[in-house]
Write a protein that binds this ligand. Structure first.
Ligand code: HEC
Length: 148
């Protein structure tokens, strides 16, 4: 038997290998998609969380902030701001966020500015609920430290 790979062997390796890789890819994709509801706790998406996400989008918070690493790197990561500023306490976090949003922009010289969005208490609470929900997404401990 010759040591050379024949054309038909090469073709079989090509098609067999491709089919195998495609099957693995499809299988892993289905597995990931099936896990999304569990990882994201989608059952905890209340109306307030959905409103908060909408406010997050229309006010373009992501134009300055990151959320789970996605967004702009001008301002702090907010995917874990609930743990950072609320220490896991929802009531404390809501009152912190209302205070923070009302106080903007801070006038300290040299400090990066965040605009005043003129949101009412209900809207800020919606944003807080969205950020609380986000902080519970299973994102493999991202960001790596509490300061983001
Ligand atoms: C124009 C840029 C900009 C936009 C848009 C923006 N922010 Fe900010 N934000 C900042 C900056 C800069 C800081 C840090 C300010 C400081 O420390 O004084 C900040 C800080 C924060 C903090 C405090 C984070 C911490 O760890 O202390 C929260 C909460 C926050 N922003 C929420 C929001 C929300 C909610 C929105 C959308 C409604 C938003 N931001 C939109 C610039 C922005």
């Amino acid at each position: 038997m010759s040591e050379r790979i024949t054309k038909s062997m090469a073709r079989n390796i090509y098609f067999g290998g491709s089919a195998f890789a495609i099957l693995v890819f499809v299988g892993l994709t289905l597995d990931t998609v099936a896990q999304v509801p569990k990882l994201s706790h989608s059952d905890k998406i209340t109306e307030s969380v959905a409103k908060g996400k909408n406010l997050w989008e229309v006010n373009n918070c992501v134009g300055c902030h990151t959320i789970m690493g996605e967004g702009a790197y001008y301002a702090p990561e907010l995917g874990n701001v609930f743990e950072r500023r609320g220490a896991g306490d929802e009531v404390a976090f809501k009152s912190y966020l209302n205070g923070w949003m009302a106080a903007q922009p801070l006038s300290e010289p040299g400090r990066r500015k965040m605009p005043q969005f003129h949101l009412n208490e209900e809207q800020v609470n919606n944003l807080a609920d969205f950020l609380i929900w986000t902080s519970h997404i299973e994102d493999h401990e991202w960001p790596p430290n509490i300061e983001g």
